[in-house]
Write a protein that binds this ligand. Structure first.
Ligand code: MG
Length: 208
């Protein structure tokens, strides 16, 4: 399915909030990535010159099959057709500067190739999206490990909250946030994000 908008959730795991020296949010923190940032398994993450540090963030993505607005938590998962592994690639220095200045994260999060999305797996084939192990390796070395059980706002809450304000359409993706252990990517690295029971997403890193 071709992806529409990508709604990303920031600060949804406590350990990651701590490592970013942020405060726990009272409501989900949302931002968008453009569809032009999407790449698939095997495609290269391209880092533009001069943007400073770029970080990896392994996440579970929910793919919307049935659109809706004002979706209840009870009905939320009936709007999800597939799940996938996602890497919320982030120009961290650009984001940090924006945060300090009270400016948006759009550039830091939305550059071309900064949204690697793995193969879409039907929701019915995944055991339980509330207890999936997340892992991320760079050049084979384990960098991130977490479990979707640690989300502050679980998938039902996210879908309900987002759809209060933004109409969800078939093909939209919701990236549900990253556990702790985010860290830098360098040209020449190979980054492998995995959600056990969903799949793996492997991308080489290059300069543009
Ligand atoms: Mg993220």
């Amino acid at each position: 399915m071709r992806c529409g908008k990508i709604v990303c959730v920031g600060q949804n795991y406590r350990e990651h909030i701590r490592e970013m020296r942020s405060d726990e949010p009272a409501e989900p923190v949302l931002f968008l990535k453009p569809s032009t940032s999407l790449i698939s398994d095997g495609e290269a993450i391209l880092i533009p010159e001069g943007i400073g540090m770029v970080h990896h963030e392994v996440e579970l993505a929910l793919i919307i099959g049935k659109g809706g607005k004002g979706v209840s938590e009870k009905e939320a998962l009936s709007h999800v057709s597939h799940v996938a592994v996602f890497n919320d690639v982030t120009a961290r220095d650009v984001q940090t500067a924006a945060r300090k200045a009270g400016l948006p994260w759009a550039l830091a999060k939305g550059m071309d190739t900064f949204a690697p999305l793995g193969a879409q797996v039907p929701l019915g084939q995944v055991p339980d999206i509330h207890s999936l192990e997340l892992e991320l390796r760079v050049n084979g070395e384990l960098r991130q490990k977490g479990n979707t059980a640690q989300m502050i706002f679980p998938p039902e809450r996210l879908i309900s909250y987002i759809s209060r304000f933004m109409t969800l359409e078939p093909g939209d993706a919701i990236a549900t946030g990253t556990p702790s252990g985010v860290g830098p990517l360098q040209p020449g690295d190979v980054v492998e994000a995995a959600v056990l029971g969903v799949g793996k997403l492997r991308n080489p890193v290059r300069t543009r």
